[in-house]
Ligand binder design. Structure first.
Ligand code: HEC
Length: 142
């Protein structure tokens, strides 16, 4: 686990008054805490992630990326609980909703790799730490 994630997990445990989270939920919370630190560094007015903004990121048809993938839904479908399909390769993609796949967004290397690839394909630019946190906040509620 990268150091920032460990620090964030520790901080979170302290704030929560004890080790309230375990396993996948703790790993996801640590990733979110890491993004929150970076979002706050980017913007001192940052007050927290928003599932509503995450949904907007997910559903918006962006311009600037690959024409085959104007939105996240191009591969992940309109329904995060449904199985997706890679618009470029045709390969199936497991659902991205945490309720269906509880181990979603628990491996920082995997999460960062996919944000890098997918935001570039869809937005034509990297997603910001705030956008990443918003996206995970949305998927946690799905
Ligand atoms: C070209 C198809 C494609 C598009 C478009 C796409 N994704 Fe993905 N995404 C994938 C694939 C393939 C995976 C890896 C397989 C998996 O996790 O099941 C993945 C996985 C991810 C993961 C890692 C999930 C985890 O559990 O670690 C994140 C984060 C992610 N996508 C975010 C996004 C965002 C944000 C967008 C829109 C900006 C998006 N994706 C658009 C294909 C796509």
């Amino acid at each position: 686990m990268p150091r920032f994630a460990m620090t964030a997990a520790t901080l979170l445990a302290i704030l929560a008054g004890g080790p309230a989270l375990a396993g996948d939920a703790a790993d996801r919370a640590a990733i979110l805490a890491g993004y929150a630190e970076r979002a706050a560094a980017d913007d001192p007015a940052f007050t927290g992630f928003s599932a509503a903004r995450g949904e907007e990121l997910f559903r918006t048809r962006w311009a600037g990326g690959d024409a085959r993938t104007p939105s996240c839904t191009a591969c992940h479908t309109n329904d995060p609980r449904a199985q997706g399909r890679n618009a470029k390769t045709g390969r199936p993609i497991e659902p991205v909703a945490v309720s269906v796949e509880p181990d979603r967004f628990t491996d920082i290397d995997e999460v960062e790799k996919q944000f890098r690839r997918d935001c570039d394909a869809v937005l034509g630019r990297p997603c910001t730490p705030r956008e990443k946190g918003d996206y995970i906040a949305f998927m946690q509620e799905q």
